[in-house]
Design a protein around this ligand. Structure first.
Ligand code: ZN
Length: 281
C-alpha cells in the first residue's frame, strides 16, 4: 500500500542573514510560506526577478548556481538539501543578493530554522520519482551509478591525496532524522593552496575559518572536526542538494565515486531527460 503524500510548506516565515562564501556580500534570506506547490527563488535586488528550479538552468562553478537569463543565484545546494529532507516543496525564497548565505558551511542552521518555524501540509498531492532501471554517468575521474531502491540511499566515496582525508567512504539511508543528525552538520571544505586561484576567479571572496574547513598541506587549520569523516559526509549533503533540483522526492540508491556538483548535475539531468528509466510512485 502506498500512502498518499502531500506537499508541504513552512508554518511561519524564516529570515536569516549571513555572507555569501563566493560573492563575499552580506545577504538576507527569507523563506516565505506558499501554497503554489513549487519552490522558487526571487531576487528582490533585481525587481523581484523569479528563478524557477530546473536542472537545465543550473550551472556548476564550485557550487550549484541557479540562473535566469544572465542573472544568477550562487550556492543554493545546502539550503536545497535542508528543504528536500524536511519535505518542503512549496516555498518562496527571497534574496537581496545573488547568493544564499553560507552560514557555518553546513545545512544545520537551515535545518534548525525549519524546525523552529514548523511545517504544514497542503491540500496538494506529491508524487515521488521511482527509478526502475539502473544507469551510470561518468567523467574523467568519477562516476555515479543510480539503482532502484525503496527510499533514498546514498553511498559516497572520495579520495584526496591529503594526510587528513585520503580515502573516505560513507553510506546512509537518507531519512529526515538521519540527515539532521549525520549529514546536515557536515561543513564545506577547501584547501589553502587553492585560495589564490579561486579569488582570481572571483570565488571564495567570503570564505573564512568560520564558514569552511580549511586544510593546509599537513592538516586542518580550524579544527576540531564534527565527524572524523566530515569531508565525505559533506559530499553527501551536496549530492542531496543537487537531487532536490528534480522537484520531487526520489526513490533510488546513488553510488558516487570521486564526484562533485558537475557529475551530480549530469545524473540529475539524465533522470530529467530519460523518463523511460522511472515511474511516479
Ligand atoms: Zn557544499
Amino acid at each position: 500500500m502506498i500512502l498518499m503524500q502531500y506537499k508541504h510548506t513552512l508554518k511561519q516565515e524564516i529570515s536569516l542573514s549571513g555572507i555569501g562564501i563566493h560573492s563575499g556580500k552580506n545577504v538576507t534570506l527569507k523563506l516565505k510560506p506558499s501554497d503554489s506547490g513549487e519552490i522558487f527563488f526571487i531576487r528582490t535586488d533585481l525587481e523581484n526577478l523569479k528563478f524557477l528550479i530546473d536542472p537545465r538552468k543550473v550551472i556548476t562553478l564550485n557550487s550549484s548556481v541557479l540562473t535566469s537569463g544572465d542573472k544568477k543565484i550562487q550556492t543554493i545546494e545546502h539550503l536545497m538539501a535542508a528543504l528536500y529532507m524536511s519535505g518542503i516543496d512549496s516555498l518562496t525564497i527571497e534574496l537581496d543578493v545573488g547568493e544564499v548565505p553560507i552560514m557555518d558551511g553546513s545545512s544545520l542552521p537551515f535545518v534548525k530554522a525549519i524546525g523552529t518555524a514548523g511545517i504544514k501540509s497542503l491540500d496538494k498531492e506529491k508524487r515521488a520519482i521511482r527509478i526502475e532501471k539502473p544507469f551510470m554517468v561518468e567523467d574523467g575521474n568519477g562516476s555515479i551509478s543510480v539503482k532502484p531502491y525503496i527510499g533514498l540511499k546514498i553511498s559516497y566515496s572520495i579520495y584526496y591525496d591529503h594526510p587528513l582525508i585520503g580515502e573516505q567512504k560513507c553510506s546512509i539511508k537518507a531519512d529526515e532524522k538521519i540527515f539532521a543528525r549525520e549529514i546536515a552538520p557536515a561543513r564545506t571544505f577547501g584547501f589553502l593552496k587553492d585560495v589564490p586561484a579561486l579569488k582570481e576567479k572571483n570565488l571564495a571572496q567570503g570564505g573564512s575559518l568560520e564558514n569552511a574547513l580549511v586544510l593546509d598541506s599537513k592538516g586542518l587549520i580550524n579544527g576540531p572536526l564534527r565527524f572524523p569523516d566530515e569531508f565525505v559526509r559533506h559530499k553527501i549533503l551536496d549530492l542531496i542538494g543537487d537531487i532536490a533540483l528534480l522537484g520531487s522526492p526520489i526513490f533510488a540508491h546513488f553510488l558516487a565515486k570521486r564526484a562533485g556538483h558537475k557529475l551530480h548535475l549530469k545524473a540529475i539531468r539524465f533522470i530529467q531527460k530519460h523518463k523511460d528509466y522511472w515511474t511516479f510512485a
